[in-house]
Design a binder for this molecule. Structure first.
Ligand SMILES: NC(=O)c1ccc[n+]([C@@H]2O[C@H](COP(=O)([O-])OP(=O)(O)OC[C@H]3O[C@@H](n4cnc5c(N)ncnc54)[C@H](OP(=O)(O)O)[C@@H]3O)[C@@H](O)[C@H]2O)c1
Length: 340
């Protein structure tokens, strides 16, 4: 016997990947339903070699369904996640709405799988921000060995992190640069994204940080260790899929770069690609459609006693969202629900 699974936001970037990954990983599904807004009623989405017709989330009854994977943004999640949870369906949510709620576990299975048992307080589990998810996968095995004190991270985040409208804006603006008759002013992003980089993701806070930067700090503490200090600069770049991060780490104990490479090579979820030669590293275009969090350019930071710098790249729609959510569903199945 398998699970009755709902994917809410099935027409979106993340929802479509959720359906792909559930099929690819042969998640034990007895029945599956794709939901989106009313305007997408009847829209066809793929699930393996099957085609599903989207239903309206607003009129859907979650009674009798086991797991709902949500990728619909915070505003809609606020309305529909409690509805599903009260009906006894466990929600695995991709929005930021519940990530900082102390009654909701925030999980990256390679890092804090045991937090799964906290799901029962609200019947909701939160999936982290895409840039946090890949970073904590890379930090965890190094933290276990040498205890991380401080992290300085700069991100290079793809436009798919801003949903399908973000991808359309980069595409349309790029074409318009070659055909200036069709001007495409910024709409989803604050400035032109084609042939440019933008040092703002999400809104500004009073501290001068953006909300995306704050999320990386708060989520790293909740998932990995509240004692770790993090400072982030989050930048949108004209890449369709794949987030990259330059990460500088200060440890309590000395960690040699070669030992760090060995640790990362063995760590779950990580693929080390690190040859000190031209092209001996990963770039975002090469990680699209992959499960791994890739690490390259591991090197000593000689400006501090115990420091390393590295480069980390992952498919933000996969490890940063849909894959992590499906891994949480697998964890929930194997440790708690135990069907299938
Ligand atoms: N993209 C990433 O890298 C990433 C990473 C981590 C987390 N997330 C989070 O995942 C969520 C989805 O992101 P996305 O990139 O997939 O966005 P997207 O491509 O814009 O898709 C949004 C999806 O939500 C549905 N939706 C929106 N409002 C709805 C409503 N009121 N009722 C029912 N369905 C509604 C849309 O349905 P219609 O097509 O019918 O409008 C669509 O299926 C967001 O919370 C985002 O922050 C995204």
């Amino acid at each position: 016997m398998g699970y009755k699974v709902v994917v809410a936001g099935a027409t979106g970037n993340v929802g479509r990947e959720m359906l792909n990954i559930l099929a690819e990983r042969e998640f034990p599904v007895d029945e599956i339903t794709a939901l989106a807004s009313r305007k997408s009623l009847g829209t066809e989405v793929s699930f393996g070699d099957k085609t599903l017709k989207c239903k309206d989330l607003d009129t859907f009854d979650f009674t009798g369904w086991d797991i709902a994977l949500f990728a619909i943004g915070s505003d809609a999640t606020k309305i529909y996640a409690p509805r599903a949870a009260v009906a006894g369906c466990v929600v695995i949510d991709n929005s930021s709405l519940y990530r900082y709620d102390s009654d909701v576990p925030l999980i990256v299975p390679e890092v804090n799988a045991d937090a799964i048992f906290g799901y029962a307080k609200k019947n909701i589990i939160a999936n982290p921000n895409c840039s946090t998810a890949q970073m904590v996968v890379a930090l965890k095995p190094l933290h276990d060995r040498a205890t991380i004190k401080r992290v300085v991270v700069s991100t290079y985040q793809s436009v798919s992190g801003a949903g399908k409208e973000g991808m359309d804006e980069l595409w349309d603006q790029t074409k318009a640069v070659y055909n200036p008759v069709q001007e495409v002013p910024p709409k989803k992003f604050q400035k032109q994204i084609a042939f440019n980089v933008i040092p703002q993701i999400d809104v500004f806070l009073d501290s001068g940080e953006t909300k995306e930067e704050w999320k990386m700090v708060a989520e790293t503490k909740k998932i990995l260790d509240p004692k770790i200090k993090v400072t982030a600069t989050c930048v949108r770049v004209p890449v369709f899929v794949g987030h990259s991060e330059a990460i500088n780490i200060e440890f309590e104990d000395f960690l040699d770069w070669q030992e760090a490479q060995d640790i990362l090579r063995e760590a779950p979820g990580i693929m080390l690609i690190d040859k000190r030669e031209p092209g001996g590293y990963i770039t975002p275009i090469e990680c699209v459609g992959e499960y791994a969090t890739y690490v390259s350019r591991v090197r000593q930071d000689s400006t501090i006693d115990n420091g390393l710098t590295l480069w980390c790249v992952s498919d933000n729609l996969r490890k940063g969202a849909a894959l992590n959510a499906v891994q949480i569903a697998e964890l929930l199945g194997s440790r708690v629900l135990k069907k299938g």
